[in-house]
Design a protein around this ligand. Structure first.
Ligand code: NAP
Length: 285
């Protein structure tokens, strides 16, 4: 079977992430030279979920490539909220640690929100605390949630100005759908959120000049529902290496589209490392 023709230009997250990470690596080298110590990101993993282990390994590998130390804390699956809070508090108070990351999801017995809130706002380089979320809402300085931050960087890199555009975000999770909609709103898009209770989703998707798919359902959004010329950002990452958008049919309608893999995914880690350097350098001021 031959691959279907597509007209959309690809938004190359791998290339953009590499460019951002090269800048981060140069900043990390300058920081190390100036302080005698490398910037450091601490990653905490609870339990032995293989997907989470893979994500943490990828993040640590990317840290190593950028000249950032990564400190890895593996806790057993039966860890309590109190134990996890104590670990995250200790890392937050360690002057040699510049960023603290809790890999999620965490096991069911843990109060995930309480755990996130144990991360000091100044070291919340993954942008998961209420402080970071509120700062984004108020337009104040703070760390962005990394995947939404990466999506906005892709739009900027491809000269997509959200001003006045109809943006539709499918998904409303606290780490992805909700913040990316807020970021688009802050950039003067007219934003509609869709979710599992939305009635007649296709009719809303058809109005989108900018479409963000953050659903977690393989190839859920089909090309026939995409407005011709729309910019399509697929944050989904599902089993079988497919996104939330049916790529082949969507690429026949969109003007710009992110592939999966190689679109939004690599941007998440690039933003995480960049924000680790922002935190490290803030400590020098
Ligand atoms: P999530 O917390 O499960 O949220 C999924 C959202 O999709 C929910 O808001 C849900 O609505 C909505 N939804 C589910 N079924 C729907 C339907 N039939 N119609 C419309 N909306 C529907 O997922 P998430 O953490 O935001 O992740 C979403 C996807 O992004 C996943 O594939 C995940 O792997 C991927 N992801 C990628 C990265 C990255 O680095 N690239 C990072 C994070 C997540 P309700 O709120 O009504 O339930």
């Amino acid at each position: 079977m031959t691959a279907p023709a597509h007209t959309a230009q690809l938004m190359d997250g791998t290339a953009l992430a590499r460019k951002i990470s090269e800048r981060t690596a140069a900043r990390a080298a300058a920081f190390t030279e100036r302080t005698g110590k490398a910037p450091c990101l601490a990653a905490v993993l609870v339990g032995d979920d293989p997907a989470s282990e893979t994500y943490v390994r990828m993040k640590r590998n990317r840290c190593a490539k950028a000249g950032i130390d990564s400190r890895f804390v593996a806790l057993p699956a039966e860890t309590t909220t109190e134990q996890l809070v104590a670990t995250l508090t200790e890392l937050s108070e360690d002057p040699d640690v510049h960023g603290v990351l809790l890999q999620h999801p965490v096991p069911a017995q843990i109060d995930e929100r309480a755990a996130f809130e144990a991360i000091a706002p100044g070291k919340d380089v993954d942008g998961v605390t209420m402080h970071s979320f509120a700062a984004m809402g108020f337009g104040l300085p703070g760390f962005a949630s990394c995947t939404p931050g990466g999506i906005m960087r892709l739009l900027d890199a491809y000269d997509v100005d959200p001003t006045g555009k109809r943006a539709v975000v499918v998904g409303r999770s606290a780490i992805l759908g909700k913040p990316v909609g807020m970021m688009l709103l802050a950039r003067d898009a007219t934003v509609t959120y869709c979710h599992s209770r939305t009635v007649d989703l296709p009719s809303i998707i058809r109005e989108a000049d900018i479409l963000v798919a953050a659903v977690g359902r393989p190839e859920f959004i089909r090309g026939e529902d995409i407005k011709p010329g729309a910019v399509v950002l697929d944050a989904g990452y599902n089993a079988g290496n497919v996104g939330d958008v049916h790529f082949a049919s969507a690429a026949e309608r969109a003007s710009l589209i992110t592939p999966v893999p190689g679109g939004v995914g690599p941007m998440t880690i690039a933003v995480l490392l960049e924000q680790t350097l922002d935190s490290a350098e803030a400590g020098l001021a």
